[in-house]
Every structure is written in structure tokens, then in C-alpha cells.
Design a protein around this ligand. Structure first.
Ligand code: GUN
Length: 292
């Protein structure tokens, strides 16, 4: 088994980004800027937004966080997005999801200018991804592709099985992997809660990508010997031996699966750091050559 070290790869990406920003600033160009919108007090979202803000500052980007109360109206949220759409300091923005239930996520995301949609959630970017046009790609699937590239994992003609069909991970992940390019060109199966028995699909995977949010779902019986296993899950489970009272686990039972597969991502320290690094990558891209 080979471990895919997400921390190490993310550090490489951040170093490359820092170097580029230093050069840009030395040439008198504007610093790339990211704006982060957090509505409400979801504890996980607060952690994510603070980490993204810290990442920006570490690579020399401008960043700002706008915190709004959970009772904010949809119009109030949209007004902030419109303000950032027109702000030249801001090259990218993200609206941390989930939003409070009374707000329509699709309506809000659709207000972000597609050229500043560094999360890749706007229907224009999602649609462009589907038909193979240049676009912002959602950060988690983009991070998985970057891992595959940097570990030189062969994808052409391989069978990729994606477990999960979310708009943030499963769907864009599948779309990326069957595109006709050097880092994809795979045959893709998506399975989800509608499947009667996911094992019959997952066992066929040369590359198994799991993003369902079910702790330790995937066991060794679900994995073909020699497969590459990418675990996108990030779940808290109770662990009284820990000071915090919990520990983080993926959707894959790492200890059970590790001796069956050829490559595996750990949780934490696998996909998570790459997701954060790709947000920086997308913001830099927006500030430099752009997508459109
Ligand atoms: N919530 C969970 N993942 C994400 C993400 O990648 N971006 C945003 N904006 N919200 C999320």
C-alpha cells in the first residue's frame, strides 16, 4: 500500500502559488483576492471559513470574511454577492454551504459572477465542465485530479467508480474523469443510495472515489485488490479515548482496506488539504489569466 500524502502535495501547491504571487506583486500587479461569506453559526462551516482565510493570508492573497446572522434574508445575502461582483479587489468569492433552510442555495449561487465563482458551483461553470469547456472546477474534485496527476496514477481506460452524487463532489468528479484528456479518459460509474448493493459496483473499480458522508462505509470486501482508493469523507465519530471526545474518520475504513489497495488517501491528511489548496489555485487563476 502507498499512502497519498495530501498534506505534502498541498504544501507543494501552496509554495508554487506563493512564488507566483510574490512575482506578481514585485511586478506591481494586484494581489489576488478572495471573499468568504458565512451565514449563520454552523460550527464546521466556521472552521472551514477560518481555515480558508488563513490559507489565503499564508500565500500572500488578500482575503476577507463577511459573517451574517442566520436570520439574514436571501436578498441581504444576494446584496453582498453583488457588492463583491463589482469589487476589483475580489477575484473570487465563496458562499459557504449549507445556507440556512429559508434561503434558496441555487438562487444565491447563481448570483455569483461566473468569472468569480472559484467554487465552480455556478450553473455556467457546472455546465461548462460537463461539455469539456474551460471552467472553474469545484475544489474537492479538482484536488483529487491533482493528486492523481502528481502521483502519476494511470486513468486512461480504467474503471473509476464514484460513490456519491452530490453537486459539490460526486457529479463534478464523475464528469472530470470521463473527459477526453491526459488525466482522465476513464470509464465512469456513479453509484448512490438508489443502488441495491454498492459492493457489486465498488469491487469493479480500478479507482474508487467515495464521497457520501457515511463513516467507515467501505470495507475490504468492497475493494478490488490493487485498486486506488480516494476517500473524500470527513466524519466525526465518538471516541472517548480522545480529549475532544471524538475523532475524524473517512467514508473508507482505512485500517481494514489499506492492505488490499495499491494507493489510499488517509483522513485527515488526504483530500481535505488538497481541497483547500485548489481554492487558492482557482483564485489565482481568476486573478491571472482567468477562465473566459
Ligand atoms: N460546504 C462543503 N464543502 C464546501 C465547498 O467546497 N465550498 C463551499 N462554499 N461550501 C462547502
Amino acid at each position: 500500500m502507498n499512502l497519498i500524502n495530501g498534506n505534502e502535495l498541498a504544501q507543494q501547491v501552496r509554495t508554487e502559488i506563493t512564488d507566483t504571487i510574490n512575482k506578481m506583486v514585485a511586478e506591481g500587479k494586484q494581489r489576488p483576492g478572495l471573499a468568504l461569506l458565512l451565514v449563520g453559526e454552523n460550527p464546521a462551516s466556521q472552521v472551514y471559513v477560518n481555515s480558508k482565510d488563513k490559507d489565503c493570508k499564508e500565500v500572500g492573497m488578500y482575503s476577507e470574511i463577511r459573517r451574517m446572522p442566520a436570520e439574514s434574508t436571501q436578498d441581504e445575502i444576494i446584496a453582498v454577492i453583488k457588492e463583491w461582483n463589482a469589487d476589483e479587489k475580489i477575484h473570487g468569492m465563496i458562499v459557504q454551504l449549507p445556507l440556512p433552510k429559508h434561503v434558496n442555495e441555487f438562487e444565491v449561487i447563481s448570483t455569483i459572477h461566473p468569472e468569480k465563482d472559484v467554487d465552480g458551483f455556478h450553473p455556467i461553470n457546472a455546465g461548462r465542465l460537463l461539455i469539456g469547456m474551460p471552467c472553474f472546477v469545484s475544489c474537492t474534485p479538482a484536488g483529487v485530479v491533482e493528486m492523481i496527476k502528481r502521483y502519476k496514477i494511470e486513468t486512461k481506460g480504467k474503471h473509476v467508480v464514484v460513490v456519491g452524487r452530490s453537486n459539490i463532489v460526486g457529479k463534478p468528479m464523475a464528469n472530470l474523469m470521463y473527459q477526453k484528456n491526459e488525466y482522465a479518459n476513464a470509464v465512469v460509474t456513479i453509484c448512490h443510495t438508489g443502488a441495491k448493493d454498492i459492493t457489486q459496483y465498488t469491487r469493479q473499480a480500478d479507482i474508487l472515489i467515495v464521497a457520501v458522508g457515511v463513516p467507515l462505509l467501505i470495507k475490504k470486501e468492497d475493494v478490488k485488490p490493487g485498486a486506488v482508493v480516494i476517500d473524500v469523507g470527513m466524519n466525526r465519530i465518538i471516541d472517548e479515548t480522545k480529549k475532544s471526545g471524538y475523532r475524524l474518520v473517512g467514508d473508507v475504513d482505512f485500517d481494514d482496506v489499506k492492505d488490499v489497495c495499491s494507493f489510499i488517501t488517509p483522513v485527515p491528511g488526504g483530500v481535505g488539504p488538497m481541497t483547500r489548496a485548489m481554492l487558492l489555485h482557482n483564485t489565482l487563476l481568476s486573478a491571472t489569466k482567468g477562465i473566459y
